[in-house]
Structure formats: structure tokens, C-alpha cells
Design a protein around this ligand. Sequence first.
Ligand code: ZN
Length: 313
Amino acid sequence: MENSIKKMLRLTDKYLTIQDVSYETFHQTNTLVIDAVLAPPTSACLTCGSAVRDSKGKTVIVKNGKKMTCIRFDQFNHLPLIMRLKKQRYHCRNCHTHWTAQSYFVRPNHSIAEHVKMKIIALLTEKVSLSFIAKHCQVSIPTVTRILKSLKTYLPKQAKRHLPKVLMVDEFRSHVSSEDKMSFICADGETGQLVDILPTRKLSRLTTYFQTCVNPSDVNYLVTDMNAAYFQLTKKVFPHAKLVIDRFHVVKHMNQAFQDFRVREMKRLIASGNRTMPRKLKSHWRLLTKIGRISTTQNIKLGVAFVPQSILT
Ligand SMILES: [Zn+2]
């Protein structure tokens, strides 16, 4: 019976003994709990190398109680599954060190079984979100992120990047990174080709990244929004680059300023008892925005916002 449970859980450690299987409420969820003991026979000391018995037949390595651990496994029949595992402790009488029995299915000081990690790695190859994987495997999102980062060591080292003469940079909300809500994107301003996407927009990380590129001094123009942090990049990393504020962001700020002005004007007219004009300002907002954009572009040097009276009357 015990071997059947071990086969079902795909556990092959011969020193693992299943003692009981029960249903318990764990973190307010009905959970399948397996009580087990891991007790391999005593072996030579890992620190001083002493044998279990010395030359006189005196016992050197002795059993020293059990350490209780709680290991999370993959769910079984839609029920969360945990193993309450008692690990045998050992003591060396020669060097007075203690150690705990370990098995292949869980790493020392870890509480998530290797089976769950393998499942997370398999799911990471699919087009699903980190939060979905975390929910599906009943672990936290930082756990999934940590496992993803641990795979970095298996990736081949990337060659150093060549930067284009015109470098466009911006940020976007991506949720891929646990360290920053916004990711960073940079592209070639002449061809529109993507250069790279970074998981964070923090200036220190960006500076390190661009300094490791082959030719930061060859960048002639840095096209950016009005984020002051990126202005620092030109000083620190791109000494020959001129800073250009992207037209998209200029128009976006102009639109916002115009809408603020329109709403302010509506409130002023309502306060003065005028009912017709605010209604026209509201219903013609799209047309006013178009005209406002053209006139603001024409008058931008004078700093004048212009609304034609013909629309309002
Ligand atoms: Zn020892």
C-alpha cells in the first residue's frame, strides 16, 4: 500500500516511509496531507569523515531526533497536496556537528518539491502569464520569477549589442518584472527596428546596460519623452548624443493642456450663469481639439491658445 502511494506520487526514495494520508484544512483550504518519515541509515560524518563506529567499536555517528518540514507538491485530483516530512537528524561525537537527512525530491532548506519546479518550468515555455502559473501551481508570483531567473544560467551568453545612430527610448506597462511595474523599450529611430526590451526603467540599470554595449559614443540622437531621468543618460552614457523630445509626447501634452483649458473655461462660464456656451464647449470637444491642435501648433512660439468665436456662437 505504502509503495503504491509512493508510485502514485512518483517518489522513488527507498528511505522514505509513508505513515498516513489524511484530509486537513490548511490555510483555509481542504488539503490532502501525507505524513512521512525520511530516515536513511547512519553514514560517515560529512565534516570530519569519521566512520559510524571507530576502531574500538564505539558508535561515533548517532541519530539525533527528527526535523519536521512541510513540502508542497503538485495538486492531486484538484486538491492541494502537502507532505509533512520528518527528516532524520544526525550527530557526530568527534567534531560535534549536526546534519539532516536529504532527498532528491526537495532541496535542503526548500519547501517546494522539485516536481512543482519542473511543472513551473514546463509552463514557462507556454504563452501564459506568471500570475496564471503561480495560481495553477499554488505558489507565489515571486517563486515563479525566482525559478525563471534561475534558468538564466543555462542561456548562451548574448553578444554585445550595437546601438543605432538614432536611439528611441520609452517605457510601457508590462507586468513581466517583479522589480519594476514599467518595462523599458529602445528602437532604431531610422528603421524602426527593435533594439531591446529591458525589465526595468531604473536609471542605474539602464546606465549599466548601455555602458556594456559596443558603441554608446556612436549614438548621435536620443529620442525620448519628457522624463527627466532619461536626460541623465545623455550625460552619463551618450556623450555625443543630442536629446530630441518625441513629437508624439509633445502632441500628447498639448492635447492635455488644451482639454484642461476647455474644462476650466466651461466651469468659469457655468459659474457666471451662462448655460449655452458650456454646452457647446462640451458637445464640440472633438472639433475644438482638432482646431486647438492646429492653432496651438501655429501659435506655439507665442504661447497663445486660440479658440475661434465662430464655433461658440
Ligand atoms: Zn564529524
